[in-house]
Design a protein around this ligand. Structure first.
Ligand code: SF4
Length: 448
């Protein structure tokens, strides 16, 4: 059971030395109890106390990692039920399932296509995370499919087979990687647990009820396998939502260790209508899938899922920002326009993309507005005349252009007078309110 803050405090040195970064041992103890700090931050805790605290300090959802060729997918270590409470740390992995009974050339082609897919989203490159390889027959066939996939895309794998002997062949073919072994049930788990220990790989287990699942995790732990992934076994939208939520609640709110593991989800198996697959996948991303296996790769489906995942696993307390400074668009020259905006990623990319796609050259000055959009930053006093003037001066744009004109967003036209005082010698031009109108504004030459 988890210890309370006071119980943890009694095990700490109680010297209030602050070496942990907290003002008192009690403050540190409270953070430990809330799973918002790590015990290692206190260098003075005794070995005896450390042993007592270890169980309490362990994350409520165990971190499980699979990997291949330096690329990792981590699931678990989450400490809140809702992202607005704090943040979700480890984005769920999105995997495409390939079957071993397809011609190997076809398997390779599918793997190559999915692995090559990448979405550029607010400065991040979003991709799928790996492949799930489904066994349908003999071990040799399974191994051939695993080898074929790894020959064209060295990404983390989930190996799915009902028979430990078949799984063993797949694991041999995946040597050098750390895949997730998927297929254990209450009837056959021993063989899979042996494989998990031999190959130092995590294993996923499926059972028909949560109590059976919890009992199975305990047995597997006793057998020496610590990294476990849960498959609640249900295959419909409503039940998966209910059980995934229950598992996460039990792990976080009750610190119920037997269910404190990441979950694997199979969205396609939860719906009969193919058109509902994206809905099932969205549910799995939002409600608590750690490893998500999709049966088909299609850019039209995967794009919104990648973006959704990116949004859900972004810290809501930290706006996505770009670095302040000068950004050159379409090879600007000394006579190109100078525009200014804030460092909120979406604002930056809205403006930059509009100018870029217009084909017109320009200098984009990005002010440090603490990651806020133009109007929000202005209202918060983070994008005022002083800040804009400082950006113009500190970036050295005056050395790059022959003119002295700077275009400010139409939303902050009210800063015109103040800015003229802050930037003597510069002519302040009020641009359009919306980024989408920038190309027309620039083409009309109104800033010159
Ligand atoms: S480092 Fe340890 S002893 Fe020092 S204040 Fe933090 S918890 Fe207390």
């Amino acid at each position: 059971m988890a210890l309370s803050g006071i119980q943890i405090y009694k095990l700490l040195p109680q010297t209030n030395c602050k070496d942990c970064g907290f003002p008192t041992c009690l403050a540190f103890a409270m953070k430990l109890a809330a799973k918002q700090a790590e015990l290692d931050k206190c260098p003075h805790v005794s070995e005896e106390a450390r042993a007592q605290l270890a169980e309490s300090a362990a994350p409520p959802v165990r971190l499980v990692t699979i990997s291949a060729d330096g690329r990792e997918v981590k699931a678990g270590n989450e400490i809140v039920l809702f992202r607005h409470e704090k943040t979700f740390y480890n984005p769920c992995g999105l995997f495409i399932r390939l079957y071993d009974d397809e011609p190997l050339d076809e398997v390779k082609a599918r793997a190559e296509e999915a692995a090559a897919y990448s979405v550029d989203y607010v400065g991040r490159s979003l991709t799928i995370d790996g492949f799930a390889v489904q066994a349908t027959g003999a071990g040799e066939q399974f191994a051939a499919a695993v080898e074929a996939i790894l020959s064209v895309a060295k990404l983390p794998l989930i190996l799915i087979a009902d028979d430990p002997a078949v799984m063993s062949k797949g694991l041999e073919a995946a040597a050098g990687t750390k895949p997730l072994i998927c297929g254990a049930t209450p009837d056959n788990w021993q063989g899979f647990a042996e494989l998990a220990k031999t190959h130092d790989a995590p294993m996923a287990i499926r059972a028909d009820s949560l109590s059976a699942l919890a009992a199975l995790t305990e047995k597997i732990k006793e057998a020496g396998v610590q990294d476990i992934v849960l498959d609640p076994g249900v295959r419909d939208l409503r039940s998966s939502l209910a059980l995934n939520t229950l598992i996460r609640r039990m792990a976080l709110k009750k610190t119920f260790r037997p269910l404190g593991y990441p979950i694997i989800s199979f969205p396609e198996e939860c719906v009969e209508d193919e058109g509902l697959v994206p809905i099932a996948a969205v549910q799995a991303i939002a409600k608590y899938g750690g490893f998500i296996v999709l049966d088909r790769f299609s850019p039209a489906t995967i794009y919104p899922l990648l973006v959704l995942r990116s949004n859900i696993y972004t810290d809501p307390q930290k706006p996505i920002q770009v670095l302040p400074g000068i950004y050159e668009i379409n090879a600007p020259q000394a006579d190109s326009p100078v525009m200014v905006t804030t460092n909120f990623s979406i604002t930056y990319f809205s403006v930059a993309n509009e100018v870029d796609s217009s084909g017109l050259p320009g200098w984009l000055l990005v002010a440090d507005a603490e990651g806020m959009s133009v109007l929000t930053a202005w209202a918060a006093g983070k994008f005022d005349a002083e800040k804009i003037a400082k950006t113009v001066k500190s970036t050295g744009i005056a050395d790059k252009v022959a003119h002295r004109k700077v275009i400010i967003p139409g939303h902050v036209a009210v800063l015109l007078g103040e800015l003229e005082e802050e930037l003597p010698g510069w002519e302040i031009k009020v641009g359009p309110r919306e980024a989408v109108d920038l190309p027309a504004y620039l083409k009309a030459g109104a800033w010159q």
